[in-house]
Design a binder for this molecule. Structure first.
Ligand code: FAD
Length: 386
């Protein structure tokens, strides 16, 4: 066992940290105030990421990516997590599910996405189907050799900037002992396809400027060439490519928790009440001890899950544990940091209230905490026949 980073990994961490501090931090306050990332800022971040050789660093070198391992990519995400989601979105990491593209789709979607020419968004969730994806209603039926799509998706992140969408749509139904479950197919849908509309979504307290949208399909016609993977094979591509994205949520939570913690630590060492620094009161110092212990625990849990993926070991439970623990840790650390700041923690003069608000969504998206607990316990109980 070796717990240190290699020289190359140290360099990755230092490069991305430097990028986040210089290219992202300076724009954060403006994005928070306006809820938007100006186009020129987005383009500058994208171009600098390309120049640095980090654009699509999660893709293999044979398609033009940087070929990072899961562990190295977790280190990148950990650093990016320190900065605003709205801004680091343009440090492009296209969905790696695009590796399921066939050769013709590679030319139209995968390669332009990796080159930073086209942005993607991923759409599964519907108003009546969140955790229960197989309960989705958005459907595709065969008509004249094409697929006719009707229905809607909501909460779709980054859809306002996306040029195309990876959309999971019901193409059939299986009768199971738990009732009907939809068969799902993944489709590639271009912005501007007739019958397909993207409209503004809801205003969220978390991650201002990282907007979610509503997608509507009204007799939208798609040819077979838009099917990603196999017809009715949407669950297989989802399982093959998407569960690793939970490592991203865990890594980002660790990065953001460290940034928040560093500020709270500094504040505890400076702020004086009753004639001494507040960090000298056990009520504060013990919180600091608990915070750093939890951050380190989440960090190791996350890196170990990424390492298992790189080794080709089963990692479903470990990834779920990392996502669960890191996101719940972030909630506790941001809340404790705000408490250490006292009243000023709630004011937008400091980023603490933002970290606290942003933390809330991490326990919900990419599978809620309850769904992660379900995955963890299922992996343990199933072999015992329960
Ligand atoms: C800001 C934001 C951005 C998002 N971005 C995207 C995106 O880009 N693409 C996309 O497809 N989706 C996206 N999502 C959707 C996100 O993944 C879902 O919100 C999430 O899966 C939960 O679904 P839901 O909100 O419908 O809650 P529900 O599934 O309705 O859950 C409600 C509550 O019931 C609990 N619950 C449900 N089932 C169980 C169970 N079996 N056992 C125990 N408890 C259960 C949940 O844990 C939760 O507490 C986004 C969501 C948000 C808020």
């Amino acid at each position: 066992m070796h717990f240190g980073l290699t020289q190359e990994q140290e360099m990755i961490v230092a490069t991305v940290r430097n990028f986040v501090e210089n290219e992202i931090y300076p724009h954060e306050d403006a994005v928070e105030r306006t809820g938007e990332v100006p186009l020129e800022v987005a383009q500058a971040i994208r171009q600098k990421t390309i120049d640095l050789g980090f654009y699509a660093c999660n893709f293999p070198t044979e398609v033009g990516g940087a070929g990072l391992s899961h562990l190295d990519f977790a280190l990148v995400e950990r650093e990016l997590g320190r900065g605003s989601m709205a801004l680091n979105h343009f440090f492009g990491r296209p969905q790696n599910i695009l590796m399921a593209c066939n050769p013709e789709q590679r030319e139209r979607y995968l390669l332009p996405a990796v080159r930073g020419e086209r942005m993607d968004a991923l759409a599964m969730t519907e108003p009546e189907a969140g955790s229960d994806i197989r309960g989705m209603k958005c459907s595709a039926v065969r008509q004249g050799g094409d697929w006719l799509i009707n229905g809607s998706k909501h909460f779709i992140s980054g859809a306002d900037h996306a040029d195309f969408f990876i959309v999971f749509i019901a193409t059939g139904v299986d009768e199971t002992d738990k009732g009907p479950k939809k068969r799902i197919t993944a489709f590639l849908v271009d912005r501007g396809t007739p019958g397909f509309t993207v409209r503004a979504g809801y205003r969220s307290v978390s991650h201002r400027g990282y907007n979610n949208c509503i997608l509507e399909f009204d007799n939208c016609r798609l040819p077979d060439a838009q099917v990603l993977g196999q017809v009715d094979g949407g669950f297989a591509v989802m399982n093959e490519w998407l569960y690793a994205t939970r490592i991203t949520v865990a890594s980002m939570s660790v990065g953001r928790a460290r940034r928040c913690f560093d500020l709270a630590l500094g504040f505890a060492a400076e702020r004086r009440q009753f004639g001494q620094q507040i960090g000298k009161f056990q009520g504060v110092s013990f919180q600091i001890a608990d915070m750093i212990t939890e951050i380190d625990a989440a960090d190791w849990l996350t890196l170990a899950a990424a390492w298992r993926l790189d080794q080709g070991l089963p990692a479903n439970r470990e990834i779920a544990s990392a996502k669960l623990y890191a996101t719940e840790m972030l909630a506790r650390v941001t809340d404790a940091s705000l408490q250490i700041y006292g009243g000023m923690g709630l004011m937008d003069d400091f980023p603490i209230e933002r970290f606290w608000r942003d933390a809330r969504v991490e326990r919900i998206w990419d599978g809620t905490s309850e769904i992660q607990r379900h995955i963890i316990s299922r992996e343990l109980l199933r072999p015992l026949g329960a």
